[in-house]
Design a protein around this ligand. Sequence first.
Ligand code: BJW
Ligand code: ZN
Length: 277
Amino acid sequence: MSRDLQGEISRARDLLARAKSVVVLTGAGISAESGVPTFRGEGGLWKSFRADDLATPQAFARDPRLVWEWYAWRRSEVSRCLPNAGHLALASFALERAAATGASGGDASTASVTLVTQNVDGLHERAARDAAGTSDPAPALPLALHGSLFRDRCSRCGRATPALATVDTSSVDALPRCQRCGALMRPAVVWFGEALEAGVVARAFGAARTAEACLVVGTSSLVYPAASLPIATLEHGGSVVEVNPEATPLSDLAAVSVMQKAGDALPVLLSGKGLRV
Ligand code: BJW
Ligand code: ZN
């Protein structure tokens, strides 16, 4: 490990350990080591697929069968993936901080760690349950800004259901329909041009505005409004720590940039144990 990286890790650990309230924003990079493809960059989904054809309401209106086929494929791929050391380190961090402060999970006014994710892969949720064991996983459950790959919702009335185990994508007529209004069901994710769930956004930004530190992990910081979350912390006098092997538009604003993979950096940054040098 270079002296520079060692110094950045040490500064990041101090900053996070001192912060009474931390908001964490994660993106696709935290799941890369679990085998889930990112969106941009080498091997990213948007290198092989066009977002305009698959991840907009217009694309779904034009060709719902194609969109469902892509999401059914992604569901089956992600189902085979497991949380990695980065997800588990974050889950333990949130649970330990909640236990230390007696805070109840998910309440941004009291919880000392609020986990916010752009990911739809469910790996933070699985890590929370793994790390909590028989205790309550709530403090480690994320606010999921872009929804979930494992829920469906009606394209007309919004009725939400757990994802069907299998979706027949052989024809438009075979696609799942809403039991309430008969319209096509769709994956409960947020596509480009769609509003994020207002309550989730309000809780995430509420936490960011009061956080002493914002830890940003594995996101290109290009997609809004998620990319504004660390800015809200900065504008209210807090600091940003970034973990990403590549520089992003946020890097110059961060107090510390740890240019490492999440699975290597987070266990060291968050565990309170000695540095690996
Ligand atoms: C590692 C690593 C390792 C690799 N360890 N790191 C302001 C300015 C400009 C545009 C806009 C704006 N406000 C809104 C917009 C439009 C648009 C937008 O942001 N466009 C930009 C791209 C220009 N935003 C929207 O449309 C949003 N909606 C909205 O604003 O609505 C307004 C509205 C209001 C009222 C009524 C109606 C509308 C919605 C955005 C939805 C994004 N959806 C997706 C798909 C989700 C579903 C699915 O998965 O299929 O969300 S797109 C995709 O990008 C996905 C991600 O969550 C999101 C962010 O990507 P992320 O996580 O950053 O991944 P990558 O691949 O970009 O980066 C990975 C990073 O990891 C890299 O940096 C690597 O280096 C790093 N990495 N290995 C750590 N091991
Ligand atoms: Zn409906």
